[in-house]
Design a protein around this ligand. Structure first.
Ligand SMILES: NC(=O)c1ccc[n+]([C@@H]2O[C@H](COP(=O)([O-])OP(=O)(O)OC[C@H]3O[C@@H](n4cnc5c(N)ncnc54)[C@H](O)[C@@H]3O)[C@@H](O)[C@H]2O)c1
Length: 390
């Protein structure tokens, strides 16, 4: 009876709590229940072709085939041995599956409005410039190219064609990371003093993939450099990087699998990134930002996050974290594709801008140089080289 004095009136007599903004899936569900369009249902349907059906392409294809704003028109992949299975699995009955030698069919087809590029990085420049030259909107997996000069050529092609080129930095579209971004912008921790990212890959990519990946800085660390610079809204003036290859096969291809990097920002903020290509306990992705008013961190998500067990005397056990990027960032991939469709339809400007991509590529170059020379690298920025961040 000790708490009876706190008894309240029936909840039916009180205002009903509204869904919280954090429940980002509920508003879509509410719209679906009420048959209420968020404006997208009446959009024209875009003709889309996709290049490259490997690890990344499979994620994007699964989002495209179920999208009411998309009519998939071509699938282009150079592994002919998987065409038949691809067609059967994805029910691509009347959709041509072709090799890159026949890609002119895509470029010359006026029904193709947009091209999604998920082939290996070394093929991006050719596909992106041809597609833009044919006036298609382009979604390109990161990095657009290994070298800043090639990336610049792709954006020049976009300007010439007056068509958008969207670089798929999917992590910006992750709901948790977006929340960290908004909290920083609201000044919850005051001026950021330290921002730290941990990115440990799982599973270990194949050596065949790594051989043509462009190396850990352009293939992997670009994600973290993008998050650092996008969240902080500034660009480092010095980087200092230590890297090693613990795995002999990775050493043999002159790449690294283990990296620690420090970024010095003009405001005084210090950024830190640690990377590994091989995390045995799952896809370890964490962000922490520390300032005079506190700390914001986005720790690892677990697929089954609400179950714990205590068995025998082993202490408390929790299920493991997500295994890899396809599951950890599933929401981010879906949201970035929706954003690209908005961009291709002329309803939105790309949230990932050319100057940001060029800057990330320049910083990745400096990081690699620092790792290879053992020297800190200074970065100089021309007045018009950097985007205006809010
Ligand atoms: N944003 C992310 O989270 C993420 C994750 C993985 C990979 N990626 C990027 O996606 C790209 C592909 O990486 P992946 O891991 O999917 O590679 P992958 O090796 O798994 O798949 C590449 C596919 O492209 C096909 N291909 C090769 N040359 C082609 C061409 N000229 N035209 C069409 N298809 C061609 C291959 O047959 C293969 O099926 C890379 O740029 C990589 O950096 C991004």
């Amino acid at each position: 009876m000790a708490t009876i004095k706190f008894k309240e009136a029936s909840p039916y007599t009180k205002p009903k709590p509204v869904p919280t903004p954090e429940d980002y899936l509920y508003s879509k569900y509410e719209n679906d229940c009420a048959l209420k369009s968020d404006g997208k249902r009446r959009d024209p349907v875009l003709g889309v072709a996709i290049f490259g059906l490997g690890r990344a392409g499979t994620i994007h294809l699964s989002n495209l085939v179920n999208n009411p704003r998309v009519k998939l028109l071509y699938v282009v992949d150079d592994t002919e041995s998987k065409w038949k299975d691809l067609k059967e699995y994805w029910r691509l009955d009347d959709i041509p599956v072709i090799g890159s030698k026949q890609a002119d069919r895509v470029y010359n087809d006026p029904k193709v409005d947009a091209v999604v590029v998920c082939s290996p990085t070394y093929t991006h420049e050719g596909i992106v410039t041809r597609a833009l030259g044919a006036k298609k909107a382009v979604f390109c997996e990161k990095p657009i190219a290994e070298q800043p000069a090639s990336t610049a050529k792709c954006y020049e092609a976009a300007r010439r064609a007056s068509r958008p080129l969207f670089c798929a930095f999917n992590r910006r579209f992750d709901p948790s990371y977006r929340d960290v971004y908004e909290r920083l912008r609201r000044g919850e921790i005051g001026q950021a003093h330290i921002m730290r990212l941990t990115a440990r890959d799982s599973p270990l990519p194949t050596i065949d993939y790594l051989r043509t990946s462009g190396g850990i800085f352009h293939d992997c660390m670009v994600h973290d450099i993008d998050l650092l610079t996008w969240m902080l809204g500034e660009y480092p003036i010095r980087v200092s990087v230590h890297a090693s290859a613990m795995i002999p096969e990775i050493k043999a291809i002159d790449d690294f699998d283990t990296v620690a990097a420090v970024f010095h920002f003009p405001s005084g903020t210090v950024g830190m990134v640690d990377l590994s290509r091989n995390s045995c306990y799952g896809y370890d992705q964490r962000i922490e930002v520390f300032g005079p008013k506190g700390l914001i961190d986005a720790t690892n998500e677990q697929p089954i996050h609400c179950v714990t067990a205590q068995l025998g005397q082993q202490g408390q056990r929790k299920p493991p974290i997500w295994y890899s990027f396809a599951s950890r960032f599933r929401n981010a991939y879906a949201r970035e594709m929706e954003h690209f469709l908005d961009v291709a339809l002329g309803k939105a400007q790309p949230l990932v801008q050319e100057k940001e991509i060029m800057a990330v590529s320049k910083i990745a170059d400096a990081c690699e140089k620092s790792a290879r020379t053992g020297q800190s690298q200074e970065l100089k920025w021309a007045a018009d080289e950097l985007p205006n961040h809010r």
